[in-house]
Ligand binder design. Sequence first.
Ligand SMILES: Nc1ncnc2c1ncn2[C@@H]1O[C@H](COP(=O)(O)OP(=O)(O)OP(=O)(O)O)[C@@H](O)[C@H]1O
Length: 442
Amino acid sequence: MDINQSWNAALKLIEQEISSSIGFETWILPIVPVGIDGSRFLLQVSDNVCKEILEKRHLTLIRSALKNVTGINYDIVILTEGEKTPVHTTAEVKKEESGDVARNLNPKYVFSSFVVGNSNRMAHAASLAVAESPAKAYNPLFLYGNSGLGKTHLMHSIAHFILDKNPAAKVLYVTSETFTNELILSIQNNKNEEFRNKYRNIDVLLIDDIQFISKKEGTQEEFFHTFNALYESNKQIIISSDRPPKEIKTLEDRLRSRFEWGLIADIQPPDYETRIAILRKKADRDNLHVPDEVMAYIAKNIVSNIRELEGALTRIVAYATLTNQEITLALTEKTLRDVYSENAQAPLTPQLIQEIVARRYNISVEDIQGNKKPKNIAFPRQVSMYLCRKLLDISLPKIGESFGGRDHTTVIHGISKIEKQMENDEALKNTIMELEKEIKER
Ligand SMILES: Nc1ncnc2c1ncn2[C@@H]1O[C@H](COP(=O)(O)OP(=O)(O)OP(=O)(O)O)[C@@H](O)[C@H]1O
């Protein structure tokens, strides 16, 4: 298969996975495959905005589609027109030599791009201390905070810092979902030994979103032993979660207490000044000229999630570029109104979708999030899951989490049930269309 054939085959898989056809047409279809360089698959896009959106949202999907098609786990490199293929620096080569280790680190998530404010000062200082003296400052370091507030950014920054100082260090960053999946695969393929070697022979282990192992006893058991093995050999462990250990339901006490051995640092939503500073930094980094009043408008209206804050700026810049207009306050208001409806303060969340669905089916949001099984409750719950998948840009485990901590396989089951039923059930199709409309016009 040549590069174009591989890419075209991958496109088909990607299209099935992307929930919105607009997203596929806007960001994926225009990509041009331009070469393969060793283990790197090179893709070209028109500008930095596209590049950023792809890197932020679709890299994993592209990588896994290409892997499916070619059998090779390529590193995906996105270039803008005219941009040269990046040459590996010695440090990068060294990083790659240490296997999986640094491959999944976002190069943009470094300490120098992290804006420090009152809301994250302690988490930042603790992360820096751990990066400077792994296994000596705080072990484990437990970072927690709501979604989109910079936990992953800080974790990657620690990993980069340690690797820059010591490229031979074995630093492993994984999400708890990856940890669980690899554990399951290792059991299925009788490769438990390999799994243990991978996770226990490292210097620094960073596990993101640990809350997802709370319902998985087997994973907790394995993680408990991994934790002990690393801790006893004086290796650094860094954990992140959306809540503190004591609030992670069904987490075994022995794990909970270990998480509390070191330092627990929280990240709160940024204040107005920090939000402005974050926007300013992003604009400067990308060489964007954005008027102050536009920054102020975004920072006033998007208050609780930095990913959304940055997303709003990216969207405005993309809209202005695509329609060849200047970035003005009027354009900003219009663009954000389209995204967040009339009220820019109420971004779409699973909770909002659940509320609208609950109202339609005359049940409560607690019913939707709870465990009751009767059809008049289970069905609207599955409808809500389907709508969350379709309308929100969040992962299946995150959707499961907002339905009372359900497993992502339950979410997949719920969604596919609705999809199947919609094939032959016009009334359901209509209801879903109406619900979508209501949600978008909320
Ligand atoms: N203090 C900050 N300065 C600059 N950028 C930030 C800061 N905090 C977060 N960001 C940016 O916000 C985005 C979301 O951050 P990140 O992915 O680290 O959040 P998170 O807390 O891990 O979220 P989740 O729990 O959903 O995974 C990233 O692009 C990150 O670079």
